[in-house]
Design a protein around this ligand. Structure first.
Ligand code: UDP
Length: 380
């Protein structure tokens, strides 16, 4: 629409001229923002309302991507959407869709025309996967196949895939780097990640325009420092840190340390704990890295690059939060690897990414989130 200044009976005066310039500036701002919006890349985030997905949505917005969330809400709920709205000042586009539903996801691709995909949507409980292997294989593998088929149909080339350090099993060399060959998986969950990595590698080889970063997470913990988003409790936690915070707040009576006779300095297992916000920012770095690649499928370790024992995590939690924590020693948990931590130099160098938050910070943020859940009346 062209703006024509209105003419008064006495012709244009300086006030009209002022209005005209103002209006012209407004139009320019609108045009600039429309132009800028058109340049911003749209990223489909499957599982974007989940724990790592929601933190990644924040990081995407911080780096001027437009996130589009696809989630079936099997392991999250609308409270995370409220948190995202408060943090972002708007609600990202959202589709309540299961990624194994080809037609439903096709409709999302068709209306959104994404530039890239970050695929988080998967089941992730190791213990449950042993009891319900078919549920894990069908969901985790089928959803990836649907995403890959649609990426090909809609000519979407950049994929960031949520993988896991479980692919390494108990590595012979520590810290473990990406050249370490995968070990036989100890759970259907772990095997589903290995299979998905293989499927993506084969798909990239067959279609060279497809580019992928396979992100192998070590142990994501903590929550957004605002305590507006974090991991939602669904039943008894499997993972160490949610179990610690639920015990400290009184939902669980005591924490059991699974095994104190390992060949480690204090006898408890060693893991590489990484703040979820640091992990989230790596996804954005991976997308930026993919923009400048061709015909690539690369794995990256994402951890702190440090090992901490279960006992160290417990002691640090008590120290930084001044919180009482009833702890007992118990037997080993079947399937646990003794110790694993990451060599993160590849991600540091190629993705130009590094962690910025300590174990202390992550445990403070985890505790803040648990207290937020309590205030909000959330019971596990
Ligand atoms: N762990 C524990 N008590 C719990 C939960 C976990 O001692 O209630 C231990 C677990 O045996 C492992 C470490 O904490 O040695 C990290 O476990 P988590 O399940 O968080 O991560 P993963 O084993 O999958 O790396």
């Amino acid at each position: 629409m062209v703006f024509v200044p209105e003419q008064s009976g006495k012709g244009y005066n300086s006030f009209h001229f002022f209005l005209f310039t103002q209006k012209f500036q407004d139009i320019q701002i609108e045009l600039n923002s429309a132009f800028y919006l058109a340049l911003m890349k749209k990223v489909l985030v499957t599982g974007g309302a989940g724990y790592i997905g929601s933190h990644t949505v924040i990081e995407l917005c911080n780096d001027d991507f437009i996130p589009v969330i696809v989630d079936n809400f099997s392991n999250t709920d609308d409270r995370i959407l409220e948190g995202l709205h408060q943090l972002l000042g708007y609600s990202p586009e959202l589709y309540r869709v299961d990624c194994t539903d080809y037609n439903a996801l096709k409709a999302v691709f068709s209306s959104e025309r994404p530039d890239a995909v970050i695929h988080f949507a998967a089941f992730k409980a190791v213990g449950e996967s042993t009891a319900l292997p078919l549920k894990y294989y069908s969901n985790n593998i089928e959803s990836l196949l649907v995403v890959l088929r649609l990426m090909e149909e809609f000519n979407v080339n950049d994929l960031v895939f949520s993988s896991s350090c479980t692919v390494y099993g108990q590595p012979e060399k520590l810290p473990v780097d990406e050249t370490c060959p995968p070990q036989p998986a100890t759970s259907p969950y772990g095997y589903s990640k290995q299979v998905c990595e293989r499927i993506i590698t084969d798909a990239c080889a067959a279609r060279p325009s497809l580019k992928c970063a396979l992100l192998r997470y070590f142990n994501p913990i903590g929550a957004h420092p605002s305590a507006l988003i974090g991991e939602l409790p669904f039943g008894i936690p499997n993972n160490l840190v949610p179990y610690i915070t639920q015990t400290a707040i009184g939902i669980r009576s005591q924490l059991t340390i699974h095994g104190s006779d390992y060949q480690t300095p204090d006898g408890t297992c060693i893991r590489d704990y990484i703040h979820v916000c640091d992990l989230a920012s790596a996804h954005v770095k991976a997308l930026r890295w993919l923009e400048n690649q061709s015909a690539v499928c690369e794995a990256f370790n994402l951890g702190q690059g440090l090992g901490n024992s279960v006992k160290e995590v417990v002691d640090t939690f008590v120290r930084v939060n001044q919180s009482a924590l009833p702890v007992v020693m118990g037997p080993r948990r079947p399937g646990d690897v003794e110790q694993v931590w990451a060599d993160v130099s590849k991600a540091n160098e190629q993705l130009q990414w590094k962690t910025e938050r300590s174990l202390e910070q992550a445990l403070k943020d985890a505790w803040k989130w648990e207290k937020h859940l309590q205030q909000a009346g959330v019971k596990s």
